[in-house]
Write a protein that binds this ligand. Structure first.
Ligand code: ATP
Ligand code: MG
Length: 360
């Protein structure tokens, strides 16, 4: 059965240091939630509180509405996969997966059936007799997943389960983890500081910084409508256009920065004269051809550029917004980039989003 998890005002202090500060989160049953944040932002601490290994200083953890905060880890019975695979090296794959069932004193016949089911789930049925050292990193990670799922845990907690793997293998296992989540239909809580992993795997992402929950939402919602500069910058890359509201328009407003006017559609309309920060993604701008128009146009000079295979990344120096990063697909780039080339950047008025500046 799948379960709903709720964190209510969860805090964890170590002496005078606050590792987690009043985090509240609702995770629907069967959801895949990812906690995303930089190193030291409190991700593992939150996971350890959920698992019961760390006692919160304040707040409550609820499973289907029931307060489980006082329960010891073994009474919560959650599956866990930690960073690095930590299989028992002297046990075969099947013995590793059977271990949680032995601890729970399950009989041999039932145990064998469960182990077979779990190995099927991670597509390693043929590997039961091998030792961990006879497996690749990705296969070992899948054994760790099987071991965490074999006893039908209410919740699966994953702490950077893919971080030890190389990029290609990580991408493969991301797809598998996603498929696995669909197959087992359990609630997963995953921790990562890899933003691509968070976007591709999760139904919901919670972004943390300095122990605080900054924003949560569906991946596309967070990417398209970041609330703060930190979120826009941490989830993908972004340019920030700083200006002052100069006009109110029927469908938004215009900001001014030096001699440049930029029209913004969407988002709350601030008062005339108010300072505004717009987040504008590098892929939402284009290089305009001669005579081509756009709602917003800014001239600049290519300061540097790089070829990334699928695209070009350009750094364009502009008079009023400093350096802007622009990415273009290589297959239909209107020009061959060259340092020192004068270009015009164009973008739609709804391509940017007003964001709050982070407190200094
Ligand atoms: N037992 C402890 N005693 C004191 N401080 C701790 C303890 N455990 C964690 N911290 C501190 O709490 C903060 C959050 O740590 P946590 O391990 O949750 O971060 P994280 O987001 O998982 O980081 P990473 O991405 O590096 O794994 C860090 O500053 C860490 O030093
Ligand atoms: Mg951690």
């Amino acid at each position: 059965m799948s379960h709903a998890l709720a964190l209510e005002g969860l805090s964890k202090r170590y002496g005078s240091f606050t590792a987690v500060e009043r985090v509240s989160l609702d995770v629907e049953q069967g959801a895949f939630l990812t906690l995303l944040g930089p190193s030291g932002s409190g991700k593992t601490t939150i996971l350890m509180c959920i698992a019961g290994f760390v006692e919160p200083s304040e707040g409550a953890i609820r499973l289907d509405g029931r307060d489980i905060t006082p329960l010891p880890p073994e009474r919560r019975d959650f599956g866990m996969v930690f960073q690095g695979y930590a299989l028992f090296p002297h046990m075969t794959v099947a013995e590793n997966v059977a271990f949680p069932l032995r601890v729970r004193k399950m009989g041999a016949a039932a145990r064998e059936a469960k182990v077979r089911g779990a190995l099927d789930l991670v597509q390693l049925s043929a590997f039961g007799d091998r030792l961990p050292r006879q497996l690749s990193g990705g296969q070992q990670q899948r054994v760790a997943l099987a071991r965490a799922l074999v006893f039908d845990p209410a919740l699966l907690l994953l702490d950077e389960p893919l971080s030890a793997l190389d990029k290609k293998l990580r991408a493969e296992l991301q797809d598998e983890l996603k498929a696995l989540h669909r197959r087992v239909g359990r609630t997963f809580v995953n921790v990562t500081h890899d933003q691509e992993e968070a976007l591709s795997l999760s139904d919901r992402v919670a972004i943390l910084n300095h122990g605080k929950l900054i924003q949560q939402g569906a991946p596309a919602e967070l990417y398209e409508r970041p609330a703060t500069r930190f979120v826009a910058d941490f989830l993908g890359k972004s340019n920030f256009l700083q200006g002052v509201v100069r006009e109110h328009l029927p469908e938004g407003f215009a900001i001014g920065a030096g001699a440049t006017r930029v029209v913004q559609r969407g988002g709350v309309v601030p008062a005339l004269g108010a300072p505004v920060l717009l987040s504008l993604r590098p892929e939402k701008m284009s290089l305009l051809a001669e005579g081509e128009a756009a709602e917003n146009v800014v001239g600049g000079t290519i300061a540097s550029w790089s070829y990334l295979g699928a695209g070009y990344a350009l750094n364009v120096e502009t008079p009023d917004f400093g350096m802007l990063r622009v990415t273009l697909p290589t297959w239909n780039a209107p020009i061959a980039p060259r340092e020192g080339l004068a270009v015009r950047l164009g973008w739609s008025a709804s391509a940017s989003v007003p964001v709050l500046d982070d407190p200094a």
